[in-house]
Design a protein around this ligand. Structure first.
Ligand code: FAD
Length: 468
């Protein structure tokens, strides 16, 4: 008997979306080729995104924590910074993880090609590699080419002093002054790193608040902290010009502030845009929307029935875990399984100090839609664990259906909010009601109790907050 030929899948881009897809496809018995311009899988997230930024944020947190310890009688003195060692530590984490993924690809028998892929048609592509061109035919393809930093429209200053997130993560040095253009999560995370490492950091944001679009209740405690640690925060202000001077970059502001101010270095972090340059999409029927994202259905299928798109290239929110979930759906659809993207929530985390995390419906979103909701707030000043950590600025907030008590959204600001949000995401996915969380025993003393108590407030029986 002839053995059935395996379905040939090619995955273009080996970021968190791409490598998750490749490994899952191998698990389901497909013949997989994964292509990326980098030497190992990992993409933006592992090389110049999530992982290096969190490594540096950890170093920043240690510095901040050691300063804070003075308040309870521990004086470590000012930290001595060895930038070279910090850089090497961060790079070692990146190479350990990306190297590990390379090994895992081998174990899964995924063929990895380092090169630049370009579609010739909806069933073949060319890969430009260091040793020449390779042609590949495929039954299915998954596009996971990710995103790149956006540039400020109309400002084209080419200077070592003006960097994007990738340049900032290299920590070439610690500038005396740094302007962060953009008050989104990437700007604030990297601004926090440089601030802890000793730079006078200013941030300029076009909108009227930091982290535009995020619930103000969650942003406020961070804003209060940043106001103390950063040099200046310019809101409702835009950058209209930049020019290099002998000693730095002169930046012209327009809006609430109308001045030209010089900085040692400028970090442009105004967002990211989907990336599919040179991919030869014109040789297929794949369509892009106005913002440049590949149009997909709820199985991640593009206008070409055998080509799928996942991750940053396939739409907002541009977060690694969104792409990883989409990867599984796309691969399962290719394998003929009955899988659709039907997740209710994608948790989001801002890894600043304090952290901000939310999942599901937010209070401002509900208000904008005119949706009837009940909101509960558990202030961390009433949490024993938060106080033992000196972190009473936090807040755990829950958005619920007033009739049924269904949990529709959870928002948290405070230490480890990024870890705590997992319970909220699970509760919403499982259709939990307030009572489910209120009756779940949360270990004491932990920050997770604040989630249980936010639910208890809805039931009217909170132990640590007086609600009558
Ligand atoms: P990517 O990770 O962008 O990878 C795409 C890969 O495809 C790249 O390696 C690229 O070189 C390759 N490629 C592109 N075109 C081709 C081609 N034609 N041929 C071959 N290869 C190609 N997200 C989070 O969830 N949490 C965080 O904490 C977080 N922090 C971040 C911090 C920073 C500073 C940045 C910049 C991003 C951060 N993100 C974070 C976002 C996260 O990195 C992205 O959402 C994620 O990497 C997207 O994954 P992806 O698989 O879509 O593609």
């Amino acid at each position: 008997m002839m053995s059935e030929a395996k379905t040939r899948l090619v995955v273009i881009g080996a970021g968190p979306g791409g490598y998750t897809a490749a490994f899952h496809a191998a698990q389901l018995g497909l013949e997989v080729t994964m292509i990326d311009t980098r030497a190992n899988p990992g993409g933006v997230c592992l090389n110049v995104g999530c992982i290096p930024s969190k490594a540096l944020l950890h170093a920043a947190a240690v510095i901040t924590e050691s300063r804070h310890a003075v308040e309870f009688g521990l004086n470590f003195g000012e930290p001595e910074l060895d930038v070279k060692k910090l850089r090497a530590w961060k790079e070692q984490i990146v190479s350990q993880l990306t190297g590990g993924l390379g090994q895992l690809a081998k174990k899964h028998k995924v063929r990895f090609i380092q090169g630049l892929a370009e579609f010739n048609s909806a069933s073949s592509l060319s890969v430009k590699t260091a040793s020449g061109n390779e042609e590949l035919d495929f039954d299915y393809a998954i596009v996971a080419t990710g995103s790149v930093p956006a540039k400020i429209p109309g400002i084209t200053l080419e200077s070592d002093r003006v960097v994007d997130s990738t340049g900032a993560l290299e920590i070439p040095d610690i500038p005396n002054s740094l302007l962060v253009v953009g008050g989104g999560y990437i700007g604030l995370e990297l601004g926090s790193v440089y601030s802890a490492l000793g730079s006078a950091v200013s941030v300029v944001e076009f909108m009227d608040s930091l982290l535009p679009g995020v619930d103000r209740d969650l942003v406020r405690p961070l804003e209060r902290k940043i106001k103390k640690s950063f040099s200046k925060i310019y809101l409702k202000t835009k950058v209209t010009g930049m020019s290099e001077t002998k000693s730095g970059v002169a930046v012209t502001f327009e809006g609430k502030v109308n001045e030209t101010i010089e900085y040692d270095r400028v970090l442009v972090a105004i967002g990211r845009k989907p990336y599919c340059s040179g991919l030869g999409l014109e040789n297929t029927k794949i369509e892009l929307d106005k913002a440049g994202f590949v149009r997909i259905d709820n199985q991640m299928r593009t206008a070409e029935p055998n080509i799928f798109a996942i991750g940053d290239i396939a739409g907002q929110p541009m977060l690694a875990h969104k792409g990883m979930r989409e990867a599984k759906v796309a691969v399962e659809a290719i394998a003929g399984r009955d899988s659709v993207y039907d997740n209710k929530v994608i948790p989001a985390v801002v890894f600043t100090d304090p952290e901000i995390a939310w999942a599901g419906l937010t209070e401002p979103e509900a208000k904008a839609k005119g949706q009837d909701i009940k909101v509960t707030r558990f202030p961390w000043a009433a949490s024993g664990r938060a106080l033992t950590m000196g972190r009473n600025e936090g807040l755990t907030k829950m958005v619920l259906d007033p009739e049924t008590g269904s949990i529709l959204g959870v928002g948290i600001v405070g230490a480890h909010a990024g870890e705590l949000i997992a319970e909220g995401a699970l509760a919403i996915e499982m259709g939990a009601v307030a009572e489910d969380l209120a009756l779940t025993i949360h270990a004491h003393p932990t920050l997770s109790e604040t989630v249980g108590e936010a639910a208890e407030i809805f039931t009217g029986f909170s132990t640590h907050v007086f609600t009558r």
